[in-house]
Write a new protein. Structure first.
Length: 117
């Protein structure tokens, strides 16, 4: 499997994880197109923006024993929900819960499909 096929499968698996997470949580709603667009935006954020912010917020992340990293992920979810019309998050707390549940479901899906290697 080449890199472009692998990227498409990763995006689809992440979109499925977003749909499942939104189904579980009452404070979040998403359409299928919204899930795909949100996945692409979150991938972009995780590649280009998150590494810089993780370095800048490293001291507070250490002080909070990593909990600030979860808050940062929730912030990214909240921002994506503002930009993507098909994704609605009720408030910032739901975004943090969504980030936590999404990471667990995403990890599970990638383990089940053996795609995360």
């Amino acid at each position: 499997m080449n890199n472009s096929q692998s990227l498409i499968i990763d995006i689809l698996l992440s979109a499925v994880a977003i749909v499942i997470t939104a189904y579980i949580l009452p404070g979040v709603t998403v359409t299928l197109v919204g899930a795909i667009v949100a996945t692409i935006l979150l991938t972009f954020i995780n590649i280009f923006i998150k590494p810089v912010l993780k370095i800048l917020t490293l001291p507070i992340t250490i002080i909070t024993l990593g909990i600030f990293s979860l808050i940062l992920n929730g912030f990214f979810i909240w921002l994506v929900a503002i930009v993507v019309p098909g994704l609605t998050v009720a408030n910032f707390w739901w975004a943090i819960i969504f980030a936590l549940v999404l990471s667990i479901i995403n990890a599970g899906l990638f383990m089940l499909t053996n795609h995360g290697k």
